[in-house]
Write a protein that binds this ligand. Structure first.
Ligand code: PHE
Length: 372
């Protein structure tokens, strides 16, 4: 039979001896202070405050003490554990602050550093202005048509009523494509977009309302106002009851939408083999509206103080062309026009030199930005 162990002295349980608790407490606090990162602190927490830490194990011994000794030991161990837990919390906050400060420095982005990525390009102003011009006609119900840049002479000349001895067919203007063994191929680099008139009439159901933006070629030297490669916007209408009045109206709408309301247009007699009658189209200068004419004090650079700007050629489609394209001339008539896209860019945007358009310097293109 055993008597209650009243004389049990807690100091005899090694883990609960005040010196031992103080040692475990100090060891934990030292480890916490030494932890130099959040990862290290995590290890320290497990080692000194976890379920299997010395003080947690000591805590379990308390139940084995006589009741009289438990309170004292409990206070001693509990106090140490509380201190350790608070020290952990404080160190955790301190290390988190340090980490945040470090991240701010290490991950800071210097937005003033030189930009080393490939810059986004811009679409060439010839492309965007050509699209704008065509879009105005699309808005009037026209469709976009296309044709090949290497074209059969028949489409480029014969079908358009250029007789075999027409000066435009000679080597002066036309890039002829060499055939096998240097002979003739019957092919040229198209000298204008007008061959697409014939293609459109042959390919499509009548009536035809098309605009044709495209690249064209002539044997001109590159200078401030000429380029061997340039662009035109062709227009063609073939329908019943079509007259020159519709052409005037369409040109008028185009000029007003592109350059400003109320601008007048005029036609001057001209000659093209594929139109009869033919005309050059002028528009009133959208900058001075004629105010510079005969007024040397206020000269206009856009129209050279002439008050009018030539924008292209046009005319009623020659019945010979309609016949070549198989169109019934008793029933149908039509008109066509051709506008120069480089020319339009020059006077519309003040581009003084053709070289700027063809040299491919991105600074020129970028200055126009993205015009969609
Ligand atoms: N094709 C002509 C040129 O290149 C322009 C034009 C087109 C004239 C359509 C009349 C009708 O000069």
């Amino acid at each position: 039979m055993s008597a209650p162990n009243n004389s049990y002295d807690p100091v005899e349980v090694n883990a609960l001896h005040p010196d031992e608790v103080a040692r475990m407490r100090q060891e934990a606090l030292d480890a916490i202070a030494r932890a130099s990162s959040l990862e290290e602190l995590k290890e320290v927490r497990i080692a000194h405050a976890g379920d299997r830490s010395p003080l947690a194990l000591a805590n379990r011994e308390i139940g084995a003490l006589p009741p009289a000794a438990r309170a004292d030991a409990g206070r001693r161990v509990g106090g140490a554990r509380r201190e350790i837990s608070e020290a952990l919390k404080a160190r955790q906050a301190q290390l988190e602050d340090e980490r945040d400060a470090r991240v701010l420095v290490e991950e800071a982005v210097d937005v003033t550093l030189p930009y080393d990525r490939i810059p986004h390009g811009s679409r060439h102003p010839l492309t965007t202005i050509g699209e704008r011009m065509a879009d105005i006609f699309v808005g009037m119900g026209f469709e976009i048509a296309e044709g090949p840049e290497v074209e059969a002479e028949w489409y480029n000349f014969d079908a358009l009523n250029f007789l075999p001895d027409h000066p435009a067919r000679t080597m002066q203007d036309t890039f002829f494509v060499a055939g096998p063994n240097g002979g003739e191929s019957g092919m040229v680099l198209r000298t204008h977009t007008s061959p697409v008139q014939v293609r459109a009439m042959l390919d499509r159901e009548l009536p035809v309302y098309v605009v044709v933006p495209g690249r064209t070629f002539r044997t001109d030297e590159l200078d401030a106002t000429h380029s061997p490669v340039f662009h035109q916007l062709e227009g063609l209408v073939v329908d019943e009851g079509i007259t020159l009045a519709h052409l005037r109206g369409a040109i008028q709408v185009f000029v007003e939408q592109m350059f400003g309301e109320g601008l007048r247009t005029r036609m001057r007699p001209s000659y093209f083999p594929f139109t009869e009658p033919s005309a050059e189209v002028d528009m009133e200068c959208f900058v001075c509206r004629g105010a510079s004419v005969g007024n040397p004090d206020a000269p206009c650079r856009t129209c050279s103080s002439e008050g009018w700007i030539e924008i292209g050629g046009c005319g009623v489609v020659n019945p010979r062309v309609l016949v070549a394209a198989g169109v019934d001339t008793e029933r149908y008539s039509g008109w066509a026009f051709g506008l120069g896209i480089e020319r339009t860019l020059m006077f519309a945007r003040g581009v003084k030199d053709m070289h700027d358009m063809v040299e491919g310097d991105v600074r020129f293109t970028a200055a126009f930005g993205m015009e969609m």
